[in-house]
Design a protein around this ligand. Sequence first.
Ligand SMILES: [Zn+2]
Length: 95
Amino acid sequence: MDGTSDSGAAGRCGTAREALGAYAIGALEPEEYGPISCHLVACPACRAELAELAKVAELLSALRPVTRVDRHTGAGEPSSRCAGRARSLDERPPA
Ligand SMILES: [Zn+2]
């Protein structure tokens, strides 16, 4: 018995692992989150896998700021600079 993927919860691991990448970057279909989340609760191995994938996903999102939707570091926040520029424009009398 090698027990790779045919016994109970281990079988669901295969499905979960396939979806973990999408899960980590939030690209999973909404109805897929439930089953995967349930499996993660019951499966420390997949939780560890997800933790690794989440690190990679975070690195990727840091490399590509366009995809960064849920994290606000405030480091690149241009709003104050924009506000100052808008005010100086506003103070300038219209020609
Ligand atoms: Zn699992």
